[in-house]
Design a protein around this ligand. Structure first.
Ligand code: KG4
Length: 344
């Protein structure tokens, strides 16, 4: 492999992940240990549990990444730690107690190996995730980041030059999926369950609100839609009527998609960007992906969709950020800290 070899670690929420990239941006390893089963019984991510599970998982996840990397290189496994040229980690934004586990581990490894330490922003990672399935992906582009914690429209003028065009003023899109799923008793995480039920339902059955369509800006609001769905479900129950779960899911999902598409269209018109791409867990939603395909075909815009496996949190995307940092010589001091909040 062409050097450098970089180990990247991601622990900002409820996945413990490690990846290894070579100097060409080829991911030699991309390992994710999800904690979702431990949080499901509580209906959402419990920060204290996330921290503890990261501590339990992080050594094994890194060992697994070094095994995979050796296999990808056709060398005896595992890849020795001293073959690494840098260690990178997500430092923000996220749950600070979760981030701290990855940051402390990565610092310890970089210090012990006496190699550079690199920190990456999680949101920038989601932008880089588009390179995983499309290595030639390059800005300028408009990116929609839609996850459990974020809802952003970003203009990427270039790598490292990002302008947030709009964001949610209340709930994130994934959060709305999770809360609606909870009201319907569909379990956590809600997104996949809602999209499965929605496939059997009628998206025009119930007219849920599409917020901020005429707000004149690129911000989003999801809490009114969530409340409208919860009120509808409660009303059905209180009047002794069955809840048409598939129709509720399809109608809710369509309301989300309509707003996402309308704002994306405006963002593309305003920026004239030739490329549109998606990131975050909600980017796995099949109806949303299909709607973007239509929008971009109609507008003559190139659409880049991250592979389903790279939509949610992963360390491969952090490794690709880290490779650019490495090339630019942008290393972090060993007293760099985790931070809960950070913008792009
Ligand atoms: O990026 P991600 O893994 O991490 C967080 O930000 O937590 O995103 C997870 C979110 C959850 O809210 C989940 O319900 C949502 O992505 N999600 C989906 C789908 N798959 C996952 N939302 C809608 N449709 C899906 N198919």
């Amino acid at each position: 492999a062409e050097g450098p070899l970089i180990l990247a670690i991601e622990s900002s929420c409820d996945e413990t992940a490690a990846a290894v990239t070579d100097g060409t941006g080829r991911l030699l390893a991309d390992v994710i240990a999800s904690q979702v089963d431990f949080h499901a019984r509580f209906g959402g991510v419990v920060p204290e549990i996330a921290s503890r599970k990261h501590i339990e998982a992080i050594c094994g996840v890194c060992d697994a990444a070094l095994e995979e990397a050796a296999a990808a290189l056709g060398q005896p496994a595992p890849l020795p730690w001293n073959r690494l040229d840098a260690v990178a980690v997500t430092y923000a934004p996220g749950l600070v107690g979760a981030l701290v586990v990855g940051v402390a581990f990565a610092k310890g490894a970089a210090w012990a190996l006496d190699i550079p330490f690199i920190v990456a922003n999680h949101l920038e990672g989601h932008l880089y995730a588009n390179k995983i399935g499309a290595p030639d992906f390059a800005p300028p582009a408009v990116v929609s980041l839609v996850s459990g914690g974020n809802t952003l429209l970003v203009h990427m003028a270039d790598w490292g030059r990002y302008q947030v065009l709009g964001s949610t003023i209340d709930d994130a899109v994934g959060e709305a999926f999770d809360k609606v799923a909870k009201a319907l008793g569909l379990g956590y995480p809600g997104g996949p369950a809602i999209s499965r039920f929605a496939a059997q339902g009628n998206p025009a059955a119930i007219d849920f609100p599409r917020a901020m369509m005429r707000s004149g800006n690129l911000d989003f609001s999801l809490s009114g839609l969530k409340t409208a769905v919860v009120n509808y479900v409660n009303q059905q129950r209180q009047t002794g009527q069955a809840v048409p779960v598939a129709d509720v899911c399809a109608s809710f999902q369509q309301a989300v998609v309509d707003v996402q598409i309308a704002k994306a269209r405006t963002a593309l018109q305003q920026t004239g960007a030739p490329t549109f791409c998606l990131g975050g867990g909600v980017a796995a939603n099949p109806v949303l992906r299909e709607a973007y395909q239509q929008l971009c075909a109609e507008m003559g815009v190139q659409l880049v969709l991250p592979p389903l496996s790279s939509c949610g949190d992963n360390a491969g995307m952090i490794a690709l950020v880290a490779l650019d940092r490495y090339r630019a010589g942008k290393f972090a001091p060993l007293d760099a800290d985790a931070a809960a909040g950070a913008n792009l």
